[in-house]
Ligand binder design. Structure first.
Ligand SMILES: Cc1cc2nc3c(=O)[nH]c(=O)nc-3n(C[C@H](O)[C@H](O)[C@H](O)COP(=O)(O)OP(=O)(O)OC[C@H]3O[C@@H](n4cnc5c(N)ncnc54)[C@H](O)[C@@H]3O)c2cc1C
Length: 512
């Protein structure tokens, strides 16, 4: 039986894993987190993916219990700025496309749409909520628009198409502290110490880790959450790490934490990704400050130039803010589970944070670990199944991110020009080629679970400017009445929600 799990590392990956395992197994499995107080966490990773809501729900936590503790705010979408040309923007929301006569509204927009406004304004309600900085919740915490007499109204239209139509932004350090408290109160043992050595038996399986002051910590299963260093999986077990820099060349980032007067300026309920000369800048509005960072390739920009650009962009008058320079290890382990060691978080894989997938990979890794949890015989099929699922998800996200660069119209600097001729993962060229003639459906996007569906692929293609030359021919032979009614309903619902929902700042202020 596997009765004890040792997690090395206390960043977002370590504490999310500990909290999830404790919630799942209670006292039947002991969980220890060994975390160094000398080696800092990565200090970024503050925008999430919509499935994160399931994580907090699984822990039994309501938003008002944890959000104020983590300076959290809502994320309804990613706003892409300047990816097509300067001044252009579009939203990639968590909302799904509605359909009419079996075709989604993206297809119908190509046939009927008002080209004077973006497809995202016509096809999604979220666009209006973002532009008006609305909260996804009413003051009473419901996601319904209440009737005037106070009785619950109908669910917001956002809830109907997509089950998870928003995610969160949070302060990574405060989240780790919150989860530390959550997990230790439920019985997770917390050892604050440096792991000096990882010991193996003659088969190469890990038996224990040796710490500086707390002696040996033994366990049956070891989870490597040591970040980019991969102390267990790479340094000890020697698992091969494959770099993705040939297709995703951004290998550095510089980040700043910028205070913001929210009461005056409000809180934008979305992440912004602004294309720059040699990469892009993220802007993540938290409750009380903004997290921002420039992700770039050092082939095209020096760290000094990146820092100067970021400061000019995000905090021109605040020279005292400390910059966090990060070298990114972009790629994945051949296997994230080797012998009795599972790597979760940055030690397993990382693609650049353009679609906020780092924490999604962590959640996916833990969920898959529980589904494939080993028994005394360590059936290798469980491990192989785990590795297959993890690798497929990472490869899918990699392909989806490469699409962002290849499909973006922008080509005004050496960096953007190079993005157009760079190698792409197998299969993507064909998919992009097909997308020149028609928008993809579920059958012709990357075929394995990777968190993104046809709606996301269509949104990015239309937003970035990789539009099919013409609508699907069938639509010319279908009465457009239903589609026109859908566009009309969507406009009306967006207007009503903008009028009834509080602003993101007002709502968050009410729970803080
Ligand atoms: C620039 C950048 C931006 C990102 N943005 C996003 C985003 O917006 N959204 C998102 O989902 N993800 C994002 N990510 C990814 C996200 O930051 C990580 O997935 C997440 O923070 C998990 O990190 P980690 O816990 O694996 O590693 P780390 O935070 O590096 O933690 C490593 C832990 O291991 C401990 N440790 C290391 N060695 C030892 C030792 N010898 N003994 C004891 N302890 C040890 C350290 O003390 C630390 O506690 C981003 C990543 C980068 C690089």
């Amino acid at each position: 039986m596997v009765r004890s799990v040792v997690i090395v590392g206390g960043g977002t990956a370590g504490w999310m894993s500990a909290a999830y395992l404790k919630t799942t197994f209670g006292d039947r499995v002991s969980v220890t987190v060994v975390e160094s107080d000398r080696i800092p966490t990565i200090g970024v990773g503050e925008a999430t993916f919509a499935t994160i809501r399931l994580f907090f729900e699984y822990l039994g936590l309501d938003e008002p219990e944890w959000m104020p503790e983590c300076s959290a705010s809502y994320k309804l979408a990613i706003r892409f700025e300047n990816w097509r040309e300067p001044g252009h923007h579009f939203y990639h929301p968590f909302e799904w496309f509605r359909t009419a006569n079996g075709f989604n509204l993206a297809d119908w927009w190509l046939q009927l749409g008002d080209r004077s406004t973006g497809f995202d304004q016509n096809c999604f309600i979220t666009t209006a909520l973002c532009e008006h900085m609305r909260s996804p919740r009413m003051f009473d915490g419901s996601t319904s628009s209440s009737n005037r007499d106070g009785s619950p109204g109908r669910p917001t239209p956002l809830e109907r198409p997509s089950p998870y139509y928003y995610a969160y932004h949070f302060d990574a350090a405060r989240l780790a502290l919150f989860l530390t408290k959550f997990a230790t109160q439920r019985g997770v043992r917390h050892v604050v110490d440096d792991v000096l050595q990882v010991r193996q038996d003659e088969r190469g399986w890990i038996t224990h880790v040796t710490t500086r002051e707390h002696g040996d910590v033994t366990g049956d299963l070891f989870i490597d959450c040591t970040g980019f260093r991969g102390m267990l999986i790479n340094q000890t077990l020697g698992e091969r790490f494959t770099s993705f820099e040939d297709v995703l060349p951004n290998n550095r980032a510089v980040a700043l934490r910028v205070p913001r007067d929210m009461a005056r300026l409000g809180i934008k309920p979305y992440t912004t990704a602004t294309a720059m000369d040699a990469g892009w800048i993220w802007t993540i509005p938290l409750y009380g400050r903004v997290g921002t960072g420039y992700v770039y390739s050092d082939q095209f920009c020096s760290p000094e130039e990146a820092e100067r650009t970021l400061r000019r962009f995000a905090a021109p008058d605040q020279e005292d803010l400390e910059a966090n320079h990060i070298r990114m290890r972009v790629g994945r382990n051949e296997r994230s589970w080797v012998n009795n060691c599972v790597a979760i978080g940055l030690s397993s894989a990382f693609v650049e944070p353009l679609e906020s997938t780092g924490i999604f990979f962590i959640q996916h890794g833990i969920e898959q670990l529980v589904k494939n949890f080993p028994d005394a015989d360590w059936d290798p099929r469980l491990r192989d199944n785990y590795n297959t699922r993890i690798n497929r998800a990472i490869e899918g996200v990699k392909e989806f991110l490469v699409l962002h660069y290849r499909a973006a119209k922008r080509d005004d600097t050496a960096y953007w020009k190079e993005a157009k001729i760079r190698k792409v993962p197998p299969g993507l060229e064909e998919r992009l080629d097909m997308a020149m003639t028609r928008l993809p459906s579920e059958e012709n996007i990357y075929q394995h679970y990777h968190g993104f569906d046809m709606d996301s692929w269509n949104t990015m293609l239309l937003g970035l400017g990789w539009e099919p030359g013409r609508p699907k021919p069938a639509l010319a032979h279908i009465d457009p009445m239903q589609a026109q009614a859908q566009f009309g309903r969507l406009r009306a619902e967006a207007k009503e929600l903008v009028a009834t929902l509080p602003s993101a700042y007002e709502y968050l202020h009410s729970i803080n």
